[in-house]
Design a protein around this ligand. Sequence first.
Ligand code: ADP
Length: 322
Amino acid sequence: MRVFTSLYILILVYIIAALVFWEINLQKQSGRIYAQEVITLRNQVDSTRLPNIYKHEMDMLNQKLKSRTMQYVGEGATFLIVILIGAAVVYGSFTRRMMVSKQQNNFMLAVTHELKSPVAAIKLNLQTLEKHQLNEEKRKLLIDRCISESNRLNDLCNNMLFTSQIEGRQYKPAMEIFSLSALAEEMVAEIALRYSRRFQEEIAAGCKVVGDAPMLRIAISNLLENAIKYTPASQPITITLAHKPPMVVLSIADEGPGIPDGEKRRIFEKFYRIGNEDTRKTKGTGLGLYLSSKIVEQHRGRITVTDNTPLGSVFHIQLPLA
Ligand code: ADP
């Protein structure tokens, strides 16, 4: 990328220098034409005998010189602007392409890893169960791990499947009235069973929305999974559902590392993950928030993120009340 940028700047500087060179040459040539025309005029018209005609002709020559200069400067400036705009467009689209291809590459690496690691973990746990006579407690632990890994696999497959369906416009959300309060209660109960950590909830009763409950479940689940993934196990996660007519707002607050202001929009882009793929420790594909935002948009809602106090972030899903 750096080599390309240097080469690109070099070529651009060369083109601009060539343009300036031609501009100077044209101006010089115009000066020479002017000098030649003045000599011809002096030979043809005697300035002492016909001063008025001479002056008139000189004025005409000066006028021609001026308009030639204006024409060359105008054309030169137009070319320069066109070249600069073209260069900016080419450079912008090239860097965007490079970024997308890098993100896709990261995504493929992440997906391969995300698919392989739960499969390997499930296989190992099942082999242990098969080979060893374990007591009930250990058996349960290994089975729970298998279930949790297969849930992870299932979530990832759902994210990939629904992203491609939404993008291919094959998916039409069902528009039914359902209780978001009941869905949120259910999801918090489920997640509290799966993870032994502190969840606080403040869920207003009777919040109804129009939409596709399984899809909204995926959108909310991605936010909950992220809060769990990015927050130390000792810190609580708070789920709030508030009635704010004409909207209903579901918020998931964590006390994790938080999201810098410059990244708050970008995290909703496809494949985007904060930080560098080499140094990042958490697992993920950068698809979760993208899919959540698409689902919420389909429900005529909004998804945003703000800072939590004293630390962490709060994700909000706003949906129109039914
Ligand atoms: P991923 O599979 O990487 O978690 P997401 O689309 O769900 O993909 O999230 C995109 C990025 O946003 C993550 O890589 C992470 O850097 C950041 N992020 C998401 N949720 C949180 C959170 N609760 N706290 C801190 N960072 C977060």
